[in-house]
Design a protein around this ligand. Sequence first.
Ligand code: DAT
Ligand code: MG
Length: 149
Amino acid sequence: MEKTLILIKPDGVERLLIGPIVTRFEQRGLKIVGLKMLQVSDELARRHYAIHEGKPFFEPLIEYITSSPVVAIVLAGPQAVQAARNTIGATRPVEASAGTIRGDFGLMVGRNLVHGSDSPENANKEIDLWFNPSELVDYKRTIDTWILE
Ligand code: DAT
Ligand code: MG
């Protein structure tokens, strides 16, 4: 099964949206195989967003992601990366469709609530960066008979 890394960013945590955001993914049928809360270090933030280094929004982005705790989640499912990105919505919340997390809860690109990996390759790299293998749980869900064909 494909895996993807999700972060509930500091605004999601501070705005009491951990539950509603996790619920969106759970209800979609994606399986939670890793979940933890952590205060992100400057070093981890810079490694996670290394691809954006040098862009004008890079330093504010690092400040944002390290400003309060985040919840890091690994989801598994068929095409989990694409499914999660669609549930999250467009990068700019104003452009995100209603019904998506960003489209329902956000307004500004610098407070867009959630991160989701953008490809299976990057997902694997990000999962390695954020989780130890021992923190991921391999288990069967009985309900999957009714979610997966
Ligand atoms: P996404 O988080 O949708 O994958 P991204 O990887 O292009 O988007 O950018 C990472 C984060 O950086 C994004 O969630 C918010 C911020 N960001 C991206 N483009 C921006 C811009 N033009 N101005 C301000 N912040 C931006
Ligand atoms: Mg991205």
